[in-house]
Design a binder for this molecule. Structure first.
Ligand SMILES: Nc1ncnc2c1ncn2[C@@H]1O[C@H](COP(=O)(O)OP(=O)(O)OP(=O)(O)O)[C@@H](O)[C@H]1O
Ligand SMILES: Nc1nc2c(c(=O)[nH]1)N=C(CO)CN2
Length: 230
């Protein structure tokens, strides 16, 4: 997705959460400074084109659904889903994160040559400053939800999981499967519930744009408020 398509939906997200846009822009600028002249990872090398891609979420169902990740051509893991899949013996091809939980896993992955899509936003500048200098930049894909500025990119999406889905789409994925997604998880905080609502709306938008039907949305579509995209 290009930024002009994402921007109106992004504006609604900022409004809903009360996040200031300039905070996201500052985070993007800081990310650029932290990377300096380092080269970063080109996601084309993930082999997403035409692939069946698992977008692993960190809901309670992940372990029970780990075989769906194992069966996919490429596995993108959202945040702590990376540790849990590895513990279940499923190899992760890429982690997508805003560095707020398991930043050590991100460092270990980049050190081992597995790419990490690291996201900058207005509320994680200290985490960027603490962790990005310890990552192998060559295996970092830097992202923003605001206006992108190279090498920081914006493929669309908001939470770690739906950003992984938008990335897979951007790089030509053939089909997407969603192990570990529990939109009605009663154990989450109110803020997380609000984020999961947005994740659901964003995946609904994405499946329509792709003319695909994501199984994770079956039985839920009638209750989803469509995003206000152009
Ligand atoms: N029930 C669930 N609880 C948590 N995450 C879920 C759930 N269902 C799906 N997900 C997806 O898994 C992703 C990773 O969640 P996790 O709790 O590990 O990370 P997080 O850093 O808190 O995520 P985020 O910062 O995006 O909210 C979420 O961003 C979301 O897209
Ligand atoms: N400004 C801001 N942006 C975000 C935030 C957040 O807490 N603050 N959380 C996200 C996913 O959890 C994604 N984007």
């Amino acid at each position: 997705m290009e930024f002009h398509t994402w921007e109106p939906v992004y504006a609604d997200i900022l409004d809903d959460f009360g996040y200031p846009r300039d905070g996201d822009e500052r985070a993007c600028d800081r990310f650029i400074e932290l990377l300096g002249d380092d080269s970063t990872y080109d996601p084309t090398a993930l082999g997403l084109d035409g692939a069946t891609v698992a977008i692993a979420g960190a809901g309670p169902s992940l372990e029970a659904e780990a075989d769906r990740a194992a069966d996919a051509d490429v596995v993108l893991a959202a945040s702590t889903a990376a540790d849990r899949l590895q513990a279940a013996g499923v190899a992760v091809d890429c982690m997508v994160t805003d560095l707020d939980k398991n930043a050590d896993t991100g460092r270990e992955l980049t050190t081992a040559g597995t790419p990490v899509v690291a996201h900058a936003h207005g509320d994680n500048i200290p985490a960027l400053e603490a962790h990005i200098p310890t990552y192998e930049s060559e295996f970092v894909v830097p992202t923003t939800q605001a206006t992108p500025a190279p090498p920081v990119r914006n493929y669309g999406g908001f939470t770690d999981g739906d950003r992984a889905a938008f990335l897979a789409d951007h790089f030509g994925a053939g089909s997407l499967v969603f192990p570990g997604w529990d939109f009605d998880d009663p154990s989450v905080t109110d803020e997380k519930r609000q984020k999961l609502r947005w994740a659901e709306r964003l995946l609904f938008w994405l499946e329509q744009r792709r003319d695909e039907r994501f199984g994770v949305l079956d039985g839920r579509r009638d209750a989803i408020e469509p995003v206000a995209a152009n």
